[in-house]
Design a protein around this ligand. Structure first.
Ligand SMILES: O=C(CO)[C@@H](O)[C@H](O)[C@H](O)[C@H](O)COP(=O)(O)O
Ligand SMILES: [Zn+2]
Length: 199
């Protein structure tokens, strides 16, 4: 029955979040430190991903540049998924696999962070963006699932890997959004202290 199926999805999503809380708190804290180090030294976050993860990249950039829950100075973040002219020109003239990596090479510099989001860890354009970020001496914060796929091998020891322990894209994405909000909250707390949010 449809209602039972819906209820089961809420339960599965909540269960995964309970399990992931302990496993992911350490890498999420490491991501907060990496991003904080970057943005407090004049750096920025470049965020990319496909489909639902493209939406996550944009969601994160909005909360960084605008605000999350509290007023604070603007923080630098750019979603590499939003400029239709850049995306169509690169995909049309080169290849879809380089839509993010060319932007990373154009916009990224040493000390910036690449936020690379892929539930499978296997999207070729995100993998190419990681390679470009390493060329630019950027740190990578990777959000994945399903064991991390090819991204596990592509990351360096100085990068941060937040891998959701699940196989299903939708459930992984639901945890990714929570992870992104934890990163925003962690950065705000490090910058402003831990008083209650105003919104
Ligand atoms: O949101 C969803 C499924 O929930 C889809 O749009 C999904 O993001 C797309 O199929 C992506 O292309 C999947 O890419 P990835 O997460 O494996 O890197
Ligand atoms: Zn989705």
């Amino acid at each position: 029955m449809l209602e039972q199926r819906i209820e089961q999805q809420f339960i599965d999503s909540a269960d995964l979040k309970y399990q992931a809380a302990h496993i992911l708190s350490k890498p999420i804290a490491a991501a907060v430190q990496a991003i904080l180090t970057s943005v407090t030294s004049g750096g920025k976050v470049l965020a990319c991903g496909n489909g639902g993860s493209a939406a996550d990249a944009q969601h994160f950039a909005a909360e960084f540049v605008g605000r999350y829950e509290r007023e604070r100075p603007e923080l630098g973040a750019i979603a590499l998924t939003t400029d239709s002219s850049i995306l169509t020109a690169i995909a049309n003239d080169y290849d879809f696999n380089v839509i993010f990596s060319k932007q990373v090479r154009a916009l990224g510099g040493a000390g910036d962070v690449l936020l690379a989001i892929s539930t499978s860890g296997n999207s070729a354009n995100v993998l190419a963006a990681i390679e470009a970020a390493h060329e630019r001496e950027m740190t990578v914060v990777a959000l994945t699932g399903r064991g991390g796929g090819k991204m596990t091998q592509a990351l360096r020891e100085t990068d941060v890997h937040i891998c959701v322990p699940h196989e299903r894209t939708a459930r992984i994405q639901e945890v990714h959004l929570l992870v992104l909000h934890c990163i925003c909250d962690g950065v705000d707390t490090q910058l402003l202290g831990d008083q209650e949010p105003s919104v």
